[in-house]
Each structure stands twice: as structure tokens, then as C-alpha cells.
Design a protein around this ligand. Structure first.
Ligand SMILES: [Zn+2]
Length: 88
């Protein structure tokens, strides 16, 4: 598992990454211009990603929440059958 760089050095790194990519990458792909607030790990550290610039994309809060949910599968998907009841 990759090591997250913490403390003062981590904050400088975060600022530098946001300066490198000031707009949310995911919004930009959808034709929206949104200020990035979070340098996100493309491959999460928890899944073996490394804390290096090549593994970073800057995102806005909303996109960061969404990709985190997708990556960790917290999104609950309930399928509904033809009779309107959830399918087990
Ligand atoms: Zn966004």
C-alpha cells in the first residue's frame, strides 16, 4: 500500500498539485469549469496506489465524493423489478 505524505510537506504537496491543475478534471471532461479543491488519487492508496503526481487528478468536492463512493462501492444500487418492488 502506498504511503500518504503527511504534515507540512503534505500540505505543500497538496497546494502544488492544486496549482498545477486548478480546475476539476472530471467537470472539465463534462464541459464544466469548476475550481478543484482536492488532489485525488486516481488509484486510491488503500487499493495500492502511490502518492505520486502521476497518480493525482484534482477534483472539486462533489466529484471527489462521487468517485470515492464509486471506488469503494458505498453507493447502494437497488434494482426495481417490473412489479415495483426491489429485486433481491
Ligand atoms: Zn468536479
Amino acid at each position: 500500500m502506498g504511503e500518504r505524505i503527511r504534515g507540512r510537506k503534505g500540505q505543500q504537496l497538496r497546494r502544488r498539485r492544486l496549482a498545477n491543475e486548478p480546475l476539476c478534471r472530471r467537470c472539465k471532461e463534462r464541459g464544466r469549469i469548476t475550481a478543484a479543491t482536492v488532489p485525488d488519487h486516481i488509484k486510491p492508496l488503500a487499493l495500492g496506489g502511490e502518492d505520486v503526481d502521476e497518480n493525482i487528478r484534482c477534483l472539486c468536492d462533489d466529484c471527489h465524493d462521487q468517485v470515492t463512493r464509486e471506488q469503494f462501492g458505498h453507493r447502494r444500487r437497488t434494482e426495481v423489478g417490473a412489479d415495483g418492488w426491489p429485486v433481491a
